[in-house]
Design a protein around this ligand. Structure first.
Ligand code: ZN
Length: 132
């Protein structure tokens, strides 16, 4: 592991939320991307030594929509920078850690991402992400 890559925050609307981060917290808006496979639109902000990822649901079936219904807006996941994701997954699976998906998926900014199942991570959704 190489530190925290970003912190994911679930929001109902990126448009209504982003100004708080850019105008008041003075974070730079890096990009906004749609990731249909994950049912989200994301906005990435530069928070200095780490990024903030605002997640807005694309559809009512989006996992982020389910999250918003259950828990409201707020902290959604922590993403850890991983150098050798496949290797890390193999080792963790041997140790009994479960993942939400079987294989890493395409995330924002061309990264490969996978989520550790909250069952295995004591209630905090943890994402592993790897630069390609
Ligand atoms: Zn993320």
């Amino acid at each position: 592991l190489q530190g925290i890559d970003h912190i994911g925050i679930a929001v109902r609307s990126i448009e209504e939320t982003i100004g708080y981060y850019t105008e008041h917290l003075k974070m730079k808006h890096i990009c906004t991307e749609t990731i249909p496979r994950q049912g989200v639109r994301v906005a990435i902000l530069d928070a200095g030594n780490c990024k903030i990822e605002l997640l807005e649901p694309l559809t009512p079936e989006s996992p982020v929509q389910t999250f918003l219904k259950k828990r409201g807006e707020g902290l959604h996941h922590i993403a850890l920078k991983t150098a050798e994701m496949k290797q890390a997954m193999k080792e963790m699976e041997k140790e009994g850690i479960q993942f939400v998906q079987n294989e890493p998926q395409e995330g924002a900014m061309g990264k490969r991402v996978i989520f550790i199942h909250p069952r295995s991570s004591h209630g905090v959704l943890v994402e592993l992400c790897e630069k390609r």
